[in-house]
Design a protein around this ligand. Sequence first.
Ligand code: HEM
Ligand code: HEM
Length: 185
Amino acid sequence: MPIRNDRARWGTVSQLLHWLIALMVFAQIALALIFKQLRPGPELFALIGAHKSLGLAILVVVVIRLIWRWFNPVPDLPTTLKPYERFLARFTHGALYFLLIAMPVTGWLGSAALGFPIRWFNLFQVPNPIAKNVALGHALFFTHSILAFALGAVLILHIAAALRHHWVLKDDTLRRMLPGFVPKS
Ligand code: HEM
Ligand code: HEM
């Protein structure tokens, strides 16, 4: 399977990065849903610490994915799509990239503004990019929560669209994001 993308399919690197990010984001949302149920205590702080570390790791992998995308051809959307479907596909992918950057950035800045240090998976201290400002910290976490709802909605749309391509439209959109796909002709 080619390492790079071509006009008909995603290459190995893009596929690996897509499914790695998907796994990390599902784990990230699961962590948040679990720690929202907990009362203050060591368990809550451990899970929030893991959420912060994983969130920053997601930021790094998403930036790598965007750089790789910049240097590779992007597969064409199926020619059978109606104009509104092309618009929806582009809008959803753009929104996903925006949210995958905005969520970790608001989390990181919010944490710094509230004066909480981040130790990345207990390995090293992450620099706080801004000075303490509690009001700003609360505003950033309010934004983080709103963006979390938007991410949930866009992900439902994204996954529903992928399954619709596969099961209803019966085109190659999902297959070309999976290993072993050989384009026709
Ligand atoms: C947290 C989970 C996920 C995230 C953040 C995510 C993100 C993305 C992004 C940003 C793209 C755009 C690729 C680009 O244009 O560079 C994409 C493409 C794609 N995703 Fe996901 N995705 C997730 C889960 C899934 C799942 C569960 C499926 C399958 C059921 C899926 C199927 C696809 C497919 C088939 C494409 C390629 C679309 C095309 O070829 O035009 N994704 N994904
Ligand atoms: C892609 C990355 C991220 C995703 C998808 C994500 C997702 C979420 C979700 C779903 C919540 C629960 C929202 C709510 O119901 O209020 C949350 C809360 C939180 N996140 Fe993130 N997050 C990400 C990155 C980060 C980062 C990088 C940090 C800090 C460095 C962070 C810190 C927090 C904190 C402290 C909370 C609790 C806020 C509160 O309860 O007011 N997150 N996150």
